[in-house]
Design a protein around this ligand. Sequence first.
Ligand code: G3P
Length: 226
Amino acid sequence: MTRPPVIIVNFKTFAEATGERAVSLAKLCEDVSEEHDAGIAVAPQAPDIFRVSSAVDIPVYAQHIDWIQAGSYTGHVLAECVREAGATGTLINHSERRLSLADIDSCIRAARRTGLMTVVCTNNIATTAAAAGLNPDFVAIEPPELIGSGVPVSNANPDIVKSSVEAAKRVAPDVEVLCGAGISKGEDVRAALALGTSGVLLASGVVRAKDQRSALLDLAGGVSRA
Ligand code: G3P
């Protein structure tokens, strides 16, 4: 995992970030990350993890793992397989891939068993506190109504971000908090950091941008580490 502040670009299942286009976008993320000393990680689809992680040195995250161990679990995603494909972390409980609390706990254990960093996505303050209690590396607050909206959560609902940070830190002081939904500009990242987060999780603002490189450069400008 990259050190905070961090920008995680979730490729979702966008055509613009599938197969060889996932590799091209990951390379762009790597270039911008190096040029601006910005901690950028990517989360491609599971079948693209190996090709992406073979092509770049920035952290590669899975979008999901299952709670299983090696064995008879056809169609499931095994943490060890994701790790061996080159991922160094995983999202868990993304809004588009919701899990029960018990399964989130088991997924965190599976990830830890394998050495994968964990980012548990949450949808409100209460679920952020519950997720923090399971001691992942990161929780990422993403109000579902703002996902894909182009309206940044750091502007539209700063209270949910600030209160999520407070709730998470009360429960587990070492858990880092990210926020996501509608983030697309450097100023959104700066606002997220000012609210106490360690970075952002985003997708469409980069993946679907007409000029992905410019979008990444703008975002990286919001991480004042250089
Ligand atoms: O995982 C990031 C995501 O759910 C936010 O999506 O398109 O609003 O950046 P987007």
